[in-house]
Design a binder for this molecule. Sequence first.
Ligand SMILES: *Cc1c(COP(=O)(O)O)cnc(C)c1O
Length: 360
Amino acid sequence: MQRVYNFSAGPSALPEEVLKKAQSEMLCYGTSGMSVMEMSHRSKDFMSILDSAESSLRELMQVPDNYKVLFLQGGASSQFAMVPLNLMNKSKKADYVNTGAWSKKAIKEAKRYGTVNVIASSEDKTFSYIPELDPATFDKDADYFHITTNNTIYGTRFAELPDTGNVPLVGDMSSDILSKHYDVSKFGLIYAGAQKNLGPAGVTVVIIREDLAGNAMDFTPTMFNYKEHIENGSMYNTPPTFGIYLIGLVLNWLKEQGGVAAIEKTNIDKANTLYNFLDESSLFKSTVAGKDRSVMNIPFVTGNEEIDAKFIKEATAAGFVQLKGHRSVGGMRASIYNAISLEGVQKLVDFMKQFEVANK
Ligand SMILES: *Cc1c(COP(=O)(O)O)cnc(C)c1O
């Protein structure tokens, strides 16, 4: 059996060492005599898996003590509702920046619960850039300010975080959490679906400043109330146990790689390898310019749909898979999350060079 170079946008490649470790513990975790999937979430073994995943995340992201870490279900998409239900509790207003399909969904959901002020958008050019933000347009009264830190579909990211003053910044970090250093204290709340950079689908990580929980709207379902999950240590109901276990393994792997600073450096090398080639190529082009370019998701096109299709077909046959771009952008997209090695990106670029020569 041959493993492929998997450039999927999500669920995405996991480190092979993690999969092997999970395989070795599949039938019997430690001395428990059972798989992690088969154990009570209240058992000592599972409690220590949960505690260690949380402490690894705190260590890697340098999460300050006044922030809580939650492992929830429902995906990042549930957070689109959970954030306003819990945080839109004073002025009932929030500022949003519209940088893509995920921001749009977040905005649509928040509008059910209060006044959404879309202070900037890049929809005019298929979200191919990050709009300039003018702090004079920020609402000082807003209950929070929401951004999507990395736009998975369009391949853009905020090179700098907006300074929102006393208004809590909320970040959908689904596709770039742990890819680079973020100062958690700059955020009121961070959320991320696990299936891009953290582990398998089915777990959503939430990092919330303590004081922001506890004022949810009256009709908030219990399962959507951060306070309930905080008070119960992510165990209000059965948490996604196997997913949390895998996240723990991914975080241990990341520590072995040298932590966030080391992976950030590798991620920049990987992205530069691909962007440098795209900028020189006479066949392939990046769809995003300058400082807004994502380090995680890199869309590219040839400008000819037939050649795009031929490229995807031949790349797949050569073991470079899930390179088809999102239908709203077309062409190709290489998602190069933490688990993708520099060597994998170099091999892809070598293949693209050969394809370019053969198809000039
Ligand atoms: C994938 C993704 C989502 C959706 O995540 P689900 O877990 O499927 O709900 C939301 N935001 C961003 C930035 C994403 O990349």
